[in-house]
Write a protein that binds this ligand. Structure first.
Ligand code: AFP
Length: 337
């Protein structure tokens, strides 16, 4: 039988040299939240049959939507532990301050509790994304400035995929490692050590129904991806519409995920702080690259908590190619490529 490594053991044995245990235990907390959310999402299809949804439970309390539930679980597991100075969630307009009655920690947790939530009702994979920063000023209580750091400053990032099985994939800057939840024991077990983007890549992922809204450079890039040019790559199309699921598949098979800016949504759709940023950190650790089309995602300093960004993420040559198409378009050289 091959060696079995639990996530607890792995996190402990691979904690960064500077870690004093705080980051390690924070990652345990996230893993525990993932198990609780996985348990709940696994029952999503039973909601109507078992009467859990829609109306109220036996105490007469209204049942929560799964994304609100996931948000609450993460907050409740992490706000009192003394490891955080601030949290930012996709579900909340304001940053979540750590109440004064609790000890303040050194880290900031940014998270999208349940991404792709429109896929829940159709039983398609969804996910949680998280990133961890060290707070800027350890002497003070958490401030928004602690969260508004470029993703290149992340000390850890990861995601949980609630799919055919539940997986937690994370990095503390020492490679990307994936764990699969064994539901019988309730343990995440190391299943994908040192994940690296394969080359040649297999897939491109984009919602091409928005083609008419993209800039000429992006359109030309998508034409190139789809085999219209003599030097087009040999890629197949896959798009789930659930960022974690699309990202995970491309991480395992190689490729590029694109969510470009649009004529009426010139910042794109996805959020920099808790979607694009953590995934950019992971893809860099897996040998790839992430860009908004002009600039590396890791270098963009957010100016607001829920800032959006265009996103091109995957194998570096593919991402650099879209940057080149956009640059040429902006230099007015569109005819030459
Ligand atoms: P929902 O949470 O509304 O389902 O949005 C999911 C998402 O933020 C991300 O997970 C997908 O990659 C992207 O939006 C899909 O957007 P389109 O439906 O516009 O393709």
């Amino acid at each position: 039988m091959s060696t079995v490594t639990t996530i607890e053991r792995f996190i402990l044995e691979h904690q960064p040299e500077y870690a004093r245990g705080e980051l390690t235990t924070l990652l345990y907390d996230v893993a525990l939240a993932a198990k609780i959310i996985a348990h709940k999402t696994n029952r999503a299809g039973l909601i109507d049959i078992l009467g859990e949804a829609g109306a109220s439970n036996v105490q007469g309390e209204a049942q929560q939507k799964l994304d609100i539930y996931a948000d609450e679980i993460i907050k409740q597991l992490c706000d009192h532990t003394g490891r955080l100075c601030l949290m930012v969630s996709e579900e909340r307009e304001e940053a979540i301050a750590i109440p004064d009655r609790y000890h303040k920690g050194s880290y900031v947790l940014v998270y999208d509790p349940l991404d792709g939530s429109s896929n829940i009702d159709v039983n398609v994979s969804i996910g949680t994304i998280f990133g961890i920063y060290r707070c800027v000023d350890e002497q003070r209580r958490g401030r928004v400035e602690d969260a508004l750091q470029p993703p290149g400053h992340l000390v850890a990032a990861g995601y949980v995929l609630y799919g055919a099985s539940t997986m937690l994939v994370y990095s503390t800057g020492d490679g990307v490692h994936g764990f699969t939840l064994n539901p019988e024991y309730g343990e995440f077990l190391l299943s994908h050590p040192n994940m690296h983007l394969p080359d040649p890549p297999a897939y491109f992922s984009v919602n091409s129904s928005y083609y008419a809204r993209w800039s000429p450079g992006v359109r030309r890039f998508l034409d190139w991806l789809q085999g219209m040019n003599p030097d087009s790559p040999n890629l197949s199309a896959r798009y789930i519409g659930s960022l974690v699921a699309d990202f995970h598949r491309n991480l395992l098979r190689g490729g590029i995920f694109c969510y470009p800016a649009e004529s009426e949504r010139d910042e794109g759709k996805l959020r920099l702080l808790y979607e694009a940023g953590p995934l950019a950190f992971l893809i860099a650790q897996a040998g790839g690259h992430a860009s908004d089309g002009r600039q590396a995602i890791l270098e963009i300093t957010p100016t607001s908590l829920h800032q959006r960004t265009a996103l091109f993420i995957g194998n570096r040559p593919l991402v650099e190619r879209v940057e080149a198409f956009i640059r040429l378009e902006e230099e007015g050289d569109a005819q030459t490529y």
